[in-house]
Design a protein around this ligand. Sequence first.
Ligand SMILES: Cc1cc2nc3c(=O)[nH]c(=O)nc-3n(C[C@H](O)[C@H](O)[C@H](O)COP(=O)(O)OP(=O)(O)OC[C@H]3O[C@@H](n4cnc5c(N)ncnc54)[C@H](O)[C@@H]3O)c2cc1C
Length: 574
Amino acid sequence: MLANKYDVIVIGGGLAGLRAAIEAQAKGASVLIVSKLHPLRSHSGAAQGGVNAPLANNPEAKDDTPEKHAYDTVKGSDFLADQDAVQLMTATAPEIIYELEHWGCPFSRTDDGRIAQRPFGGAGYPRTCYGADKTGLYMLHTLYEQVIKRNITIISDFFVTALIVEGDTCYGVAGIDMVKGRIETIVGHSVIVATGGAGRVYGKSSNALTSTGLGMALAYWVGAPLKDMEFIQFHPTGIIYKHILMTEGCRGEGGYLVNSKNERFMQKYAPSKMELAQRDIVSRSIATEIEQGRGFTARDGSGYVHLDMRHLGAEKIMERLPGVRDICLEFLGLDIVKEPAPIQPVQHYTMGGIDTDVNGATSVRGLYAAGECACVSVHGANRLGGNSLLETLVFGKLSGLAAARYIADVKQKSYIPQNLIANISRFYESNFKRITNSKGEEKHRVLKNELNETMDKLVGIFRTAQDLQAALAKVKTLKERFNHLGPPQDGLKFNYDILTHLELEANIDVAEAVIVGALKREESRGSHSRKDFPARNDKDFLKHTLVYYRAKGEVDVQYRPVAMTKYQPEERKY
Ligand SMILES: Cc1cc2nc3c(=O)[nH]c(=O)nc-3n(C[C@H](O)[C@H](O)[C@H](O)COP(=O)(O)OP(=O)(O)OC[C@H]3O[C@@H](n4cnc5c(N)ncnc54)[C@H](O)[C@@H]3O)c2cc1C
């Protein structure tokens, strides 16, 4: 057990966690970041395309405003985003981007030295600020430098597997220090979960293998509901076999989508926006082309279409999209300067997550969440590209602020119960022994593969009640089989066998929340497309889904109205 008591413990060293830590410390809190990866290896570093802010720097975006950004975001969300949260995010966007610029983030520039902005899907103006195609990496380095400058303590390779909660209050975290090979508990007055998305519940995903959803499950298991989990974003352009992303910037810079008949098929589906229609629309269009026989067939039997960038020319590709060129050279052995890229839609983003208010507060006292693991909600049923990096900054900052304010209050009133931590440690260790002493024969990798295949096949771009019911039945059997896993290998030092074992339970529970939400939402909205309910149904479903974890692993589904301000739902056309 660590004796240290921190005011704020941040789980996760990605963009949301780093921004939260900076803010909490700036407000006087003592802050600890624990992260299973070194912060600079966080998944945020994979973000290529850019971050949205209505700076009006592009000559074609002179009239851009936070209000227009808000409208595009709400329309993009298929009217499921909370409009107060969206307006807060877009109003804060310019100042938070300029702050990052002043901290040294190397954004690409216009000829007159301002932050350059490129077009992205679903946006009325070119509003996406970028650093070539390495925006997330540049942002991550910039925030990490600020964390180091402020002497904020970081423990990397610390894998959190439980939150310490008594009654309705969170008092810290428990997990494995992988370097020391020890189970540890760390106490704190408040905890911010910033653990990223749950993409790896799917097999065909653009997400890092580390985006497993465990952080979401940690909050879910202690009483915070998961919100809108059925809304899984499929990105239109993952490369075949590897599912690595070709950023939306490829289409923003002018790349075309072409089917096997050499047709620019987006003409049929979104004539005014073409390839820059929103991700849900482009993904469904590609899936339809493939389903109707106008795709190509890959060696693994899956369908694909072409993303053609040859007409952009070598110079533009090398300047604006060097990273995606490297990815295609490295993983497919083809040069996008000379050949089109074979792409197919892949799981990309978890629009749902831990239910929070605009300050990152959950329903558990002292527990906050920010970034992709959280659902504020600003993305609703479909996220605009470039808005999630913005979300990490804005709501990372706000959750750090709120956590610091909360501790100022609790420090005076109460203190962490003395015997709680010892009890938790004992419970945790005995629970751990149960796993290591287990006599079962199931293997976690087999269960994980079956879960991934189920999600890919039955909970994909197009859904039906029949498929979702089959997926739910499968998940229930996986839950039962989880109890019969064999013991992991001995030892705790960098023992990924144990970590994968521990994560699997979270994977299964998070997947169940996705499926249950999808089954009960009998309409099509944004990324959630039901073949058996093809229309959006505002009368019955203009509401958020809240899935609660209950005793014995049961789930309870409730709903909450969407926060509306000035934008009335309208049909989404592009
Ligand atoms: C390929 C790709 C490209 C993208 N491009 C863009 C883009 O151009 N623009 C845009 O807006 N969005 C983009 N996104 C989305 C965006 O990158 C992510 O939503 C965002 O970076 C998430 O940041 P985060 O801080 O919430 O989480 P992450 O960056 O994923 O960080 C999570 C952190 O939590 C830690 N962690 C997780 N679990 C635990 C645990 N149990 N114990 C301890 N630590 C833990 C990890 O170590 C990590 O430090 C892209 C996503 C992908 C997959």
